[in-house]
Design a protein around this ligand. Structure first.
Ligand SMILES: Nc1ncnc2c1ncn2[C@@H]1O[C@H](COP(=O)(O)OP(=O)(O)OP(=O)(O)O)[C@@H](O)[C@H]1O
Ligand SMILES: [Mg+2]
Length: 342
């Protein structure tokens, strides 16, 4: 009992200066008003007893509140709550309850984010190893067959060498894409923005893809913008964007055409790359920009894809403060578009 009272009083004594001042003030008033000392002293004594009683009450409530807060925090630390709704403090601590709930939700959010990140990292590592294994095993297989005698068979030796060579090219493309992705994600990708003439820039890219389109009997069409139109961007990084988008458009189109359209707007140039290819199912549309995501893994791998192209495209376009958009109809074709500053 006494210990309890001592604890209560000591925890209420954070306001002891104010309390002593108040007590002195009351004593002085009593001494001034009550002239008789014999009456004043018991009155002061009574006031002091009353004060101790009040201090005890205040201290008791304070301790109860602090204990409540302490228990709540320790329950959070011990993961006793599943959701913030389970955190309930007494009525006079509503403001604090709100803050603790917000803190709890933020910590939950941060933990989930870190877990997601960790999962993505392990998934990325698993994907990288898997993608590296495919060409390395193939190269190993062809070389072993050649060493085991096929090198002397003129019917197959060149063919096997070409196959091995093809896989070393895939391997080197994959490594380049991985280097790009890691540079972008670690913030090391240096951008160098300037104005450049867009028509001649796209002409030079189209020239490089003409042969690939011809081989597949696909028409590659470029609708240029007005002569001399300039856009603002990193030319080399944008070349990578066009290369990836055109490569995809041709790769995933069996017949028809691939078209590059430039639409001039007030402050921007809207770039559209449109194909009449296999299209992308609606449920995959918002996933194709993820690293290693391929709609049809078998088909994509058969045409030499690892699913990194669009992830790189997205990063580069976002670095230009723009956004890559896609529309697609399964079996009819796809259209990728983004805006560049004029
Ligand atoms: N124009 C398109 N038409 C149909 N499907 C497409 C088109 N562009 C992309 N896709 C789908 O989106 C997936 C992701 O494309 P992305 O360019 O990232 O990877 P990839 O072409 O498979 O491989 P990489 O570009 O790394 O060589 C592709 O695997 C394909 O399924
Ligand atoms: Mg691609």
């Amino acid at each position: 009992m006494w210990n309890e009272i001592k604890l209560n009083i000591s925890s209420s004594l954070v306001f002891y200066k104010e309390f002593i001042l108040f007590l002195l003030f009351v004593c002085v008033i009593i001494l001034l008003v009550v002239e008789k000392l014999s009456l004043a002293i018991p009155l002061i004594f009574l006031i002091i007893i009353l004060s101790i009683f009040i201090l005890n009450l205040i201290g008791f409530r304070r301790r109860k509140e602090i204990d409540e807060i302490k228990n709540t925090i320790s329950s959070i630390r011990q993961n006793k709550y599943q959701s913030s709704d389970e955190i309930i403090l007494s009525k006079n601590l509503v403001g604090l309850e709100d803050e603790i709930k917000k803190m709890f939700e933020k910590a939950e959010g941060d933990i989930q984010y870190l877990e997601r990140l960790q999962k993505m990292r392990s998934q990325f590592l698993a994907n990288v190893s898997h993608e590296l294994r495919t060409p390395i095993f193939a190269i190993q297989g062809f070389l072993e067959t050649l060493l085991n005698g096929a090198i002397n068979d003129p019917k197959v030796n060149k063919h096997f060498l070409e196959k091995a060579n093809h896989h070393t090219i895939s391997l080197s493309n994959l490594l380049n894409d991985l280097i790009d992705i890691s540079m972008i994600e670690s913030g090391e990708m240096r951008m160098s923005y300037r104005y450049f003439e867009i028509n001649s820039f796209i002409d030079s890219i189209v020239d490089e893809f003409n042969q690939m389109a011809e081989e597949k009997n696909i028409k590659l069409i470029f609708n240029p913008a007005k002569d001399g139109l300039q856009v603002f961007g990193d030319k080399e990084k944008l070349r990578q964007v066009f290369n990836n988008l055109l490569q995809n458009a041709i790769k995933y189109t069996d017949e028809g055409s691939v078209e590059i359209i430039l639409e001039e707007e007030k402050k921007f140039v809207n770039v559209l790359i449109k194909d009449t290819g296999i299209g992308i199912p609606e449920e995959d549309l918002n996933r194709i920009f993820e690293r290693f995501y391929r709609v049809d893994k078998a088909r994509s791998r058969a045409v030499g894809g690892t699913g990194l192209g669009l992830a790189i495209v997205k990063h580069i376009i976002e670095a230009h403060n723009s956004k890559i958009l896609v529309q697609s109809q399964l079996g009819e074709g796809s259209q990728f578009s983004f805006k560049l500053k004029k």
